[in-house]
Design a protein. Structure first.
Lengths: 45, 533
């Protein structure tokens, strides 16, 4: 991995980019888990 | 076309690589992880291919020849699982790992540690699955679709199958999250969405398909697990459940899965054809919208896999017309590839040969798919060899040929050496002839009524089965030549230039061949023009 403290040339701070990556991953992961849980629950009678 | 002006700074002056086994076990480098995915996929191709050889050997002549019928059924089941989840999907993810960061000007994938984990789950999951071959009762043999109640009758292999599928799903979802985060957050300045290479676009859409459809498969197999071990009756009619419900749930995942396998192939071909036609891709915007349309429509066609279970006429008509409507965006793509080649200064190196074969042969698979979409016709074709011929045209001459094309196209960039063009062309011609000898007669077998998933058959099917098996053996053996070409290319050969191909455009071709271990640590500036044209 590259040095996470280094600022990117496009003005984005690497910490900010990493934080955004983490948040997006959490949101997408929750969507996947949500579909899984809701799908099973809708089939429980 | 205005020329792309791309400024990049290569960080190859301190190209430190980790060494030893740790480089691979703990890798967070997208190139190394991409290589591991591709090697894993090649191994699984040969394991799945060996199973296909056993199937074709048994079907070489009528009568039970070599294997026990239950083992034959295990071969058809595990061949499909290995090829879909172990070979084609990981090959696509391998290419995505290698190429997406280089194509968008990113230093690596957005979540490199998760990238490592999503790869290393795969060998674990396949050890679970393949270990069932050595268990009492044998490997899963109820078909890759795992329909209850048949699959619930499995012995020791059952929980191994279910957990393997769960792990494969987790791995793919983590990979999909990584791809979305990478493309959304890590693009170089100036690399707007409508400048992304088509390969990246097809992968974003595939990643969303994965996130939306794999949890449904996971839910279905979890319900199978609880039906088997925890006394629930989701799919058990005796307890108030409905086995047909499983088919609905499975195919709600299964049809998008088809596009998960084929959309990255569309992306590969969309990179290669403009390069060797020396023209920009015709209708870039329409290609993006067509890909998104195919993905969207794929969630509304699932019941065409199960017309024969019996459903209301309105349902049959809906799923028939919805399925046929997918031919529209798919046709847009086919016409765009042909229009890209139209009046181009074409040359026919191995990647282009495989891509042209893809366009023609995938269209054959698409047309037989349209035939199967017609409900009353499907009543005749359902569960026959016509279906086997159809999906092998789509997945072998479609997805696998595109993967071959992609490997030949990018391997000079990966290794820094040109592959042996003459051997590549020999590999192409043997493959394209033998694959048609293998699968085309299966259309006739299906139309004549030969059912799929049987180890024995009536005498009238003997000739076409023998022809098909001969094609299968030649196709299988010719893939050893592919391995030889790849190894030879890795070990040496003519030095590849940075651009490699005269008509190649895009950020990955601005990097040296092979690219440094860490590329684009300082993002390139994509100014003017587009990276894909």
């Amino acid at each position: 991995m590259v040095d996470s403290n280094k600022d990117q040339d496009n003005g984005k701070n690497k910490h900010e980019v990493a934080a955004r990556n983490r948040w997006l991953a959490i949101v997408l992961g929750l969507i996947a888990v949500g579909i899984y849980v809701i799908f099973i629950m809708t089939h429980v009678k | 076309m205005s020329e792309a002006v791309i400024h990049s700074e290569h960080d190859d002056h301190h190209d430190h690589k980790p060494t030893g086994i740790g480089r691979w076990l703990f890798s967070t480098n997208h190139k190394d992880i991409g290589t591991m995915y591709l090697v894993f996929s090649l191994i699984m191709f040969f394991i799945g291919g060996a199973m296909a050889m056993i199937i074709r050997l048994e079907l070489f002549q009528p009568g039970l020849q070599f294997v026990d019928p239950l083992f034959f059924n295990s071969m058809t089941t595990v061949h499909a699982l290995v090829m879909i989840f172990g070979a084609v999907m990981p090959a696509g993810v391998g290419l995505a790992n290698w190429l997406i960061p280089m194509m968008i000007g990113a230093p690596d994938m957005a979540l490199p540690r998760m990238n490592n984990m999503s790869f290393w789950i795969l060998p674990f999951a396949f050890t679970l699955l393949l270990s069932t071959l050595f268990m009492p009762g044998g490997a899963p043999n109820g078909g890759w679709t795992m329909y209850p109640p048949l699959t619930l009758q499995l012995g020791t292999a059952f929980p191994f199958l279910i957990f393997a599928v769960h792990f494969l799903g987790i791995s793919s979802i983590m990979g999909a999250i990584n791809i979305i985060a990478t493309v959304f957050n890590m693009r170089a300045p100036g690399m707007t969405f409508m400048k992304l290479p088509l390969f990246v676009w097809t992968w974003i859409i595939t990643a969303f398909l994965l996130i939306a459809s794999l949890p449904v498969l996971a839910g279905a197999v979890t319900m199978l697990l609880t039906d088997k071990f925890f006394g629930t009756s989701f799919f058990d009619a005796a307890g108030g459940g409905d086995p047909v419900m499983f088919q609905h749930i499975f195919w709600f995942f299964g049809h998008p899965e088809v596009y998960i396998l084929i959309l990255p192939a569309f992306g590969i071909v969309s990179q290669i054809i403009p390069t060797f036609a020396r023209k920009p891709l015709f209708g870039y915007d329409s290609m993006v919208y067509a890909t998104a349309s195919i993905a969207f429509l794929s969630f509304f066609v699932w019941a065409h896999h199960m017309f024969t279970v019996g459903m209301p006429l309105a349902g049959e008509l809906f799923f028939m017309y919805a399925t046929m409507s997918i031919a529209v965006p798919t046709g847009v793509k086919i016409f765009n590839w042909v229009a890209t080649m139209w009046k181009g200064s074409m040359t026919f190196e191995t990647p282009m040969l495989f891509s042209i074969a893809f366009v023609i042969l995938f269209s054959i698979g698409g047309f037989s798919g349209l035939m199967l979409a017609i409900t009353p016709v499907d009543f005749q074709y359902h569960d026959t060899y016509f279906v086997v011929a159809h999906f092998h045209y789509v997945l072998v001459t479609g997805a696998v040929f595109a993967l071959f094309a992609g490997v030949y196209f990018w391997i000079p960039k990966w290794t820094g050496h040109m592959y042996d063009e003459k051997l590549g062309q020999i590999h192409f011609w043997i493959s394209v002839i033998s694959v048609n000898v293998l699968f085309f007669p299966q259309h006739f077998l299906g139309l004549a009524g030969m059912p799929r998933r049987i180890p024995d058959y009536s005498l009238q099917f003997a000739e076409f089965n023998m022809v098909s098996s001969i094609g299968g053996f030649v196709f299988g053996l010719s893939q050893l030549l592919f391995v030889y070409i790849v190894i030879k290319c890795i070990r040496g050969g003519t030095r590849a230039s940075d651009q490699v191909w005269e008509g190649a455009h895009g950020l990955e071709w601005t990097l040296p061949s092979p690219p440094p271990f860490h590329s684009f640590t300082t993002p390139p500036k994509v100014t003017d023009a587009t990276a894909h044209s």
